[in-house]
Design a protein around this ligand. Structure first.
Ligand SMILES: Cc1cc2nc3c(=O)[nH]c(=O)nc-3n(C[C@H](O)[C@H](O)[C@H](O)COP(=O)(O)OP(=O)(O)OC[C@H]3O[C@@H](n4cnc5c(N)ncnc54)[C@H](O)[C@@H]3O)c2cc1C
Length: 354
C-alpha cells in the first residue's frame, strides 16, 4: 500500500495548482490523470483579462486575483525554470456600434483597465476595422501547455503520477482514511473538470458545462506579444502561431470539433486579416462552468474526506491558483474557503437523501 495525505483526481490547472501548493506545504499527494484530449486546460488561451462580457464589467475578485496569479505563476515558473506568465494588452477592435458604445461608457466611468485607442498605431496594415479600437491592460498571458507538461514531468519523475482513469466505484471510505486500489489517503479531491458533473459525489452541484472550439493559425506577419480581438480573439500561442477563438456553447451534444465553427471562423479570419494565414489545428474542449459563475471548492458535507476543486468556468487561469491555495490551507487546518466559493453553500442539496 502507498500512503499519502491527498489523492488528487485530474491534472488540469486545478489539479496542477492543488498539487503545487500541497508540495509547498510539505503535504504528500498523488495525482491520477487520464490525459483526456478534451480537457479544458490544455486548450485554454491562457488569458487573464480583468474585464469581461459585452458590458466590459470588472471580473469578480480581479484586483486580488491578478497580483496573486502573477506571483504564483512566477514562483512555479522559477521552480520549473521556465517563463509561465507574461504581461500583455488586448487590442479590442469594436465589432459593432453597441460594443463601441459599451467601451465608451465603461471608459467614462473610469475603469482602470480600459484605455482609448488612437489610430496612429498602424494596425490597419494587418487588420480590417471600421469602428476604432480600445485597449484592455494590464492583462496576463499564461503558458498553459508548457505549465501542464512541465508539472506533469515533475510529478512523474517523483513517482507521484498515475496515468490512468479514476473510477469512483473503486473508492472505499473508512472513518479515518480512504482506499483506492493500492493507495491509502486521508483525503481525495476531485479536480477532474467536466467529469465532476457526472460524479456520484458532486453531480448535484449546479454545473453548467460549456463547449468551446478554437483554431491554431500560422500568421507570419503580425507582431507577437499582443492579443487582438474583434468579437473573437487572436492570442499569441507559439512562434508565428496564434490561438483563435473561441465559441461559447451552452448547448452541445458532443465534445468534438464542428464544421460549422470552422467555416464561421475561416470567414471571420478572411474578413479581419489583411495578411496571409494558414490553419494548423482545430480543437474543442468543455469548460467546467457553473450556473452562478462561482467555483466549487471544499469538502462534501456528508463525506468529509471527499473534496472538490472545480467550476472554474472560463477563468481557470486566475481562479485555479488562488482557490487551490485556499483548499490546501484548509487541508492543513489553517485558513478558510471564501464562502462564495465554498461548496457548503450547497449543503442542503448535497445532504439530501435520494
Ligand atoms: C476553448 C477554451 C478557451 C479557454 N480560455 C481560457 C483563458 O484564456 N483563460 C482562462 O482563465 N480560462 C480559459 N478557459 C477555461 C479554462 O480552460 C478552465 O477554467 C480550466 O482549464 C479548468 O481546469 P480544470 O483543471 O478544472 O479542468 P480540466 O482542464 O478539464 O482538467 C481536468 C483533468 O481531469 C482529468 N480527468 C477527468 N476525468 C478523469 C478520470 N476519471 N480519471 C483521471 N483523470 C480524469 C482530465 O484528463 C483533465 O486532465 C478556456 C476554456 C476553453 C474550453
Amino acid at each position: 500500500m502507498e500512503e499519502t495525505e491527498v489523492l488528487v483526481v485530474g491534472q488540469g490547472l486545478a489539479g496542477t495548482w492543488l498539487s503545487w501548493w500541497l508540495e509547498q506545504e510539505g503535504i504528500s499527494y498523488r495525482v491520477i490523470d487520464n490525459a483526456d484530449p478534451s480537457g479544458a486546460s490544455r486548450h485554454a488561451a491562457g488569458l487573464i483579462n480583468p474585464v469581461t462580457g459585452r458590458r466590459l464589467v470588472t471580473t469578480w475578485m480581479i484586483d486580488e486575483l491578478m497580483p496573486f496569479s502573477w506571483k504564483a505563476y512566477q514562483s512555479m515558473g522559477s521552480f520549473l525554470q521556465s517563463e509561465l506568465i507574461t504581461g500583455t494588452s488586448v487590442i479590442d477592435f469594436f465589432p459593432t456600434v453597441q460594443m463601441l458604445q459599451a467601451f465608451q461608457k465603461r471608459y467614462a466611468e473610469d475603469s482602470p483597465y480600459l484605455h482609448s485607442g488612437n489610430d496612429t498605431a498602424g494596425y490597419d496594415h494587418w487588420f480590417r476595422y471600421d469602428l476604432g479600437w480600445g485597449a484592455i491592460s494590464p492583462c496576463y498571458l499564461v503558458q498553459t501547455e508548457k505549465l501542464l507538461t512541465l508539472w506533469r514531468n515533475h510529478i512523474r519523475v517523483k513517482g507521484y503520477l498515475k496515468e490512468e482513469s479514476f473510477d469512483t466505484g473503486g473508492l472505499v471510505q473508512h472513518k479515518a482514511d480512504l482506499e483506492y486500489h493500492d493507495i491509502h489517503a486521508r483525503y481525495i479531491v476531485f479536480s477532474d473538470g467536466k467529469a465532476s458533473a457526472a460524479n456520484t459525489f458532486f453531480e448535484r452541484l449546479p454545473f453548467a458545462l460549456n463547449k468551446g472550439e478554437g483554431l491554431l493559425v500560422e500568421i507570419k506577419d503580425i507582431p507577437p506579444g499582443t492579443v487582438f480581438k474583434k468579437g473573437m480573439s487572436l492570442v499569441p500561442w507559439k512562434e508565428n502561431i496564434f490561438w483563435v477563438g473561441s465559441s461559447y456553447q451552452w448547448e452541445f451534444s458532443n465534445d468534438q470539433v464542428s464544421e460549422t465553427f470552422r467555416l464561421f471562423t475561416e470567414n471571420w479570419l478572411k474578413s479581419f486579416l489583411r495578411v496571409p494565414y494558414r490553419i494548423t489545428d482545430h480543437f474543442a474542449a468543455v469548460r467546467p462552468a457553473t450556473l452562478e459563475r462561482r467555483p466549487f471548492v471544499g469538502f462534501h458535507p456528508k463525506f468529509p474526506r471527499v473534496g472538490i476543486l472545480n467550476g472554474m468556468g472560463s477563468k481557470g487561469c486566475s481562479l485555479a491558483p488562488y482557490f487551490a491555495r485556499e483548499l490546501a490551507q484548509r487541508i492543513i487546518g489553517s485558513g478558510t474557503i471564501d464562502p462564495l466559493a465554498d461548496i457548503n453553500r450547497f449543503e442542503r442539496i448535497l445532504m439530501k437523501k435520494d
